[in-house]
Design a protein around this ligand. Structure first.
Ligand code: ATR
Length: 271
């Protein structure tokens, strides 16, 4: 029987994951189907159990269920444990393995697709919500010289810095505290682009050669990437590469095969 996978969320209609995984499966010759599942806001666990008892092999989990998936997993990878969020579930008998491939997706996009070396560089991570939390450990794994976390509500940034302190050199604060500081990689992990806004970043934060990365993507430049462009960032990237790379990482976890992501990114860019 063909193995069943899906992405589950609410809303889910606009998810690109079915398209991405169908392309991965075609490319690697894997016998699987991947669909989109809308779960009621109060019906996540029920939907998961039904999918599992129907023989489903794995799920991607998206907004707003990543924390519910974390709670439901019977075993978690270290990166999922620290992210306190799960975007990938793998079902194996009674076991529900929870993983988080978001951070690995970001790091792979930055290193492999954009050719940017993180080791020894100064990173600014904007935001202290779930999206930021999910990428901290994989970023620290690349040995930057500093990871600064800035957030509108500084207490949340301090909390994250404290929690990850044993894994690397982290500082934290509000945006005003960045005045006079320069960074080689500036990552927007806030949801501000959704409301077409921009966190109050001081102008001089982009060092010469700086890569500005927005985890959001859409048509044209986000407000953050527009700001970065006019304030000296040398390179700009949106989150489309991260989206495809986190999907590839999930595919690898499920199937043990690594798909070729570049043609899929090109396909999405052109669509
Ligand atoms: P997610 O899971 O997408 O990270 P979240 O947990 O609600 O969502 O976090 C949203 C992040 O975007 C937070 O860091 C939030 O800052 P606060 O903690 O101060 O709320 C940040 N954010 C959202 N809108 C913003 C804006 N207009 N300016 C600055 N930061 C913003």
């Amino acid at each position: 029987m063909t193995d069943q996978y899906a992405v589950i969320g609410n809303p889910i209609a606009h998810s690109k994951s079915p398209l991405i995984h169908a392309e991965f499966a075609r490319q690697t010759g894997q016998d699987l189907v991947y669909s989109a599942m809308l779960a009621p806001l109060d019906g996540f666990e029920l939907a998961i159990r039904a999918f599992q008892s129907d023989g489903g092999k794995g799920l991607n989990v998206t907004v707003p269920f990543k924390q519910d998936a974390w709670r439901l997993a019977t075993r978690r990878t270290q990166r999922a444990e620290l992210a306190q969020a799960v975007n990938t579930l793998k079902f194996d008998g009674a076991e529900v393995l929870g993983d988080n491939t978001d951070g690995a997706g970001l790091v792979r996009d930055v290193l492999s697709n954009l050719g940017f070396v993180i080791r020894g560089k100064r990173i600014l991570l904007m935001g202290a919500g779930g999206a930021a939390r999910g990428v901290i450990l994989p970023l620290l794994g690349e040995s930057p010289s500093l990871l600064a976390i800035a957030n509108r509500t500084p207490a949340r940034a301090h909390e994250l810095a404290q929690q990850f302190a044993e894994h690397g050199d982290i500082s934290s604060g509000d945006y005003a505290s960045l005045a006079g500081c320069h960074f080689d990689l500036v990552i927007n992990a806030t949801s501000s682009s959704l409301s077409n806004k921009l966190p109050p970043l001081p102008e001089g934060v982009f060092s010469t050669g700086c890569l500005a990365y927005d985890m959001m993507y859409g048509k044209g430049l986000t407000p953050f990437l527009q700001f970065a462009q006019t304030n000296g960032a040398a390179r700009l990237a949106d989150g489309l590469g991260m989206l495809v790379e986190q999907a590839a990482e999930s595919f690898f976890l499920w199937r043990g095969v690594r798909p070729d992501t570049l043609p899929v990114m090109a396909m999405l860019k052109n669509s």
